[in-house]
Design a protein around this ligand. Structure first.
Ligand code: TA6
Length: 300
């Protein structure tokens, strides 16, 4: 059951909110900043500051509910990456059902924040629901705050049995040029590198991206900063999200994804993904788990 005690969309908005049948747009009172959320997957598909897009979205990202959105901020729950075999055998897909289910707009909870909800009744994929048969309530909050975007998740176990899960914000940042881009704040962090198929400790203060990168930085410390040369582009602040995934598909993998266009678009995007994915989180009945990320743009 989705929490019924949330302000309904009839709540008075101090910031304009426009809702169509498949998306909701929250605009700042000065009209300069906005965030667009597709109800499918509660996927943020646009975040604009002074009219300037901050996120990367593939030119042929599917926005019709036919598949997970290629870009923006897809949501990963209850499993990150390829599912364990016992789930895969039952039809569970990579990154779970949150990003491929249609969420409910619950309404505004302040003058610049909206909430969306997901429960088992919203998961249309019956195989996935049967493979992960738990009662739960997800409440997702999206808040515009000047040059910052706050995204917070609350996961409640409304079942009588404990369940375990991963959570991740799969954020596609729009950058100027990948060859000039580095990531600061990961030195000294243990890495599971899916490309080199090795584990190591990051030694670079400024991690450069010069080829396909697909790494889970576990228990990363402080904030992570995406830099263009010596200039900060974005700061990613995490609460209760110990891990950071760094992903750029580069040429071959970009060519292999039909919904990734333009094919050289990997030069203009970098995924820095705040999550809790290096191990499963256990949640007992009637307990809640909350986490958030605050992304700040310095591209103004
Ligand atoms: O977050 C990195 C990752 O797990 C990569 O391994 C790559 O698969 C990426 O997610 C995109 O996954 P998707 O299922 O959206 O194609």
């Amino acid at each position: 059951m989705v929490n019924p005690f949330i302000a309904t969309s009839k709540t008075f908005f101090k910031m304009p909110i426009d809702q169509t049948d498949d998306k909701v747009i929250l605009t700042s009172s000065d009209g300069k900043n906005s965030v667009t959320v597709l109800l499918y997957g509660a996927t943020i598909i646009s975040w604009k500051l002074n009219g300037k897009e901050q996120l990367w979205l593939s030119e042929n990202a599917k926005l019709d509910g036919s598949k997970a959105v290629r870009g923006g901020i897809p949501l990963v729950f209850p499993v990150f990456g390829p599912p364990p075999k016992e789930l895969a055998d039952k039809g569970f897909v990579q990154h779970g059902f949150a990003r491929v289910s249609t969420w409910e707009l619950l309404g505004a909870t302040g003058d610049n924040e909206i909430q969306l909800g997901l429960g088992p009744e919203n998961v249309s994929d019956e195989k996935m629901k049967a493979a992960w048969p738990f009662d739960f309530t997800l409440i997702y909050s999206v808040k515009l705050d000047g040059e910052k975007l706050h995204t917070k998740i609350s996961i409640e176990n409304t079942d009588s049995k404990e369940f375990e899960f991963n959570w991740l914000f799969h954020t596609y940042f729009r950058i100027n040029e990948i060859e000039n881009t580095t990531v600061k704040g990961l030195n000294g962090v243990v890495v599971t590198d899916k490309v080199s198929k090795s584990d190591y400790t990051e030694e670079q203060d400024n991690v450069a991206i010069k080829q396909e990168v697909d790494r889970v930085y576990s228990s990363a410390g402080s904030n992570v900063v995406i830099q263009d040369g010596n200039s900060p582009l974005f700061t990613v602040e995490r609460q209760n999200l110990s891990d950071v995934v760094v992903w750029n598909p580069w040429t071959e993998k970009a060519n292999g994804m039909s919904d990734f266009t333009p094919k050289d678009g990997f030069h203009k995007m970098l995924c820095i993904e705040a999550g809790s994915v290096s191990k499963f989180n256990k949640l007992a009945p009637n307990n809640k788990w909350e986490a958030s990320q605050v992304i700040q743009s310095h591209k103004l």
